[in-house]
Ligand binder design. Structure first.
Ligand code: BGC
Length: 499
């Protein structure tokens, strides 16, 4: 699993390739903006009065149980409907990525985002609101499928981790911007929430224009029979005159991939299981860290802890900032220390943080009343140490690793399973969190820490290191060399190409 000298193909970081990375990463910003905007909007009185008057009534009865005042299935459906739409859309996006390419799929994503932003900002009735969310969700399904694959495929192997993490960096920037926007629009009455939802059109428009400028990825071009264009694209993104060796590796991977007519069927084969299990497990685990309980509901959560509306929005701005800045650690470290170390270190830090939050709330936050000032500050600090470690590990690597471990023939199909698993579990947490908070109270943090413990074991024993390995050599160098996963290749004999 060592990096072979000959794998390091020559490349330069040109202005054009940098532009491609950043423009595509705007797909991440859209996803992040949405994650960050919903919690704030559902906490705004004007929004609640217009669409959810009963919850508003409940909210103003201050004596109500702290843990339960926001528990409402419909309100949660507003937040989570997007993820259901994204879940279904990611499979269509996989087909579109294979048949049409990564670039047009990103273009489609931006179009759905724009439509979703316009409809939700103009919403007069609940159905318009939900429709807007669904359009947005389709955008997320298309964007989250195509962008990480795009970044992984155009990055040179030795910087692949860092380049792919631009997606996650933009997710965190999107969340942060959304927190700031909510902070400002919560003071604009009565239409602040419209601004919050509608402003998503700005990054969506940038993504739209960007998707016209970016290149198609060389593997996607070659796979679709456009070898000459693929080579030209490779020359352009590598910025050097000689790309022959890398090009030949892509051609070889494509030849193999072209034999596979039904990638989803091929995924069911025994030899496809190792990357499939890892990709799905990483995404499920990513959600069971409990990150989105904090990201979606930070303002609501901080209000639950007894902060006033402004103070709670401010606290979520702080966590947003921690989220962005810690992602840089990952960009710097991922291709140096590797994926496994980042994930394992983070498990320890997240485990301790969640446990400590749980204990403080369990012993000090009564059903009514609030935490005292010092303890509240400690809880905010613990939320920050939790978010920090997520941001340099499970956040970015949940997207990076599934995008780099599949061979070309099953890459878009396999990655669609990763995206959709993320969406299912994001949906479940978004839908269930407020009810869980109401019923489990502080135990919810113990629930997440138990998961984090399991995740640590999973990484320790089952996750191979993929740092620096060219993506087209993963099967030979990673899966077939791993003491557990190599068994899945033992009785394969010759690969069967009839699928
Ligand atoms: C996750 C999101 C999460 C975000 C937080 C992403 O990697 O997929 O669910 O909200 O990170 O930064």
């Amino acid at each position: 699993m060592v990096n072979h000298e000959s794998d390091i193909f020559k490349s330069k970081i040109t202005f054009y390739v940098l532009a491609c990375w950043i423009l595509a990463a705007f797909g991440g910003l859209m996803f992040g903006y949405d994650i960050g905007i919903s919690g704030g909007v559902t906490g705004m009185d004007d929004f609640l009065i217009k669409f959810f008057p009963k919850i508003y009534e409940r909210k103003i009865h201050a004596s109500e149980n702290n843990y339960c005042k926001y528990d409402d299935q419909l309100l949660q459906l507003f937040t989570s409907s997007l993820y259901l739409a994204a879940l279904v859309a990611s499979f269509f996006a996989s087909r579109s990525c294979s048949l049409l390419g990564r670039k047009p799929t990103i273009l489609m994503a931006s179009t759905f985002f724009i439509a979703g932003a316009v409809l939700s900002a103009a919403a007069e009735m609940k159905w318009m609101l939900i429709m807007g969310r669904i359009l947005f969700g389709i955008g997320v399904g298309f964007g989250n499928e195509a962008v990480p694959l795009f970044l992984t495929e155009i990055a040179p192997a030795e910087h692949r981790g860092a380049v792919n993490i631009l997606f996650q960096l933009f997710v965190t920037i999107g969340i942060f911007i959304a927190n700031l926007v909510n902070f400002g629009t919560s003071m604009v009455h009565p239409h602040g929430w419209r601004l919050s939802l509608g402003l998503a059109a700005v990054p969506a428009a940038i993504l739209f224009l960007g998707s016209l400028i970016i290149t198609e990825t060389p593997p996607s071009l070659v796979e679709r029979g456009k070898a000459a264009e693929g080579k030209a694209a490779l020359l352009k993104i590598r910025g050097v005159n000689d790309v022959e060796a890398e090009f030949q590796q892509i051609v070889a991977a494509c030849e193999q991939a072209r034999q596979v007519k039904q990638p989803f069927k091929k995924l069911l084969k025994r030899s496809s299981r190792p990357p499939l299990i890892i990709a799905i497990a990483l995404q499920i685990f990513q959600q069971f860290t409990g990150i989105n309980a904090i990201m979606f509901y930070a303002p609501v959560l901080f209000q639950t802890l007894g902060f006033k509306t402004d103070a709670s929005l401010l606290s979520s701005v702080i966590t947003g900032l921690v989220n962005v800045s810690s992602t840089f650690v990952s960009i710097y470290a991922v291709d140096k220390v590797g994926r496994r170390l980042l994930l394992l270190q983070a498990c320890v830090q997240m485990f301790v943080s969640q446990l400590a939050i749980g204990f403080i709330l369990h012993f000090h936050l009564k059903e009514t009343g609030s935490l005292d000032k010092t303890l509240s500050a400690v809880v905010v600090a613990l939320v920050c140490t939790f978010v920090m470690s997520f941001a340099w590990s499970w956040g970015p690597l949940g997207w990076l690793i599934p995008s780099e471990i599949f061979p070309l023939e099953t890459r878009t199909a396999g990655f669609a399973f990763a995206v959709s698993s993320n969406m299912v579990f994001t949906f479940l947490i978004a839908q269930a969190f407020l009810s869980m908070l109401c019923h489990l109270q502080a135990y919810i943090f113990f629930f997440f820490s138990a998961w984090i413990f399991v995740m640590g074991l999973f990484v320790a024993f089952l996750l191979p290191e993929t740092k620096g390995i060219p993506i087209d050599l993963m099967t030979e160098r990673v899966w077939k060399q791993h003491s557990v996963w190599n068994k899945f290749f033992k009785d394969e004999g010759n690969r069967s190409y009839e699928l």
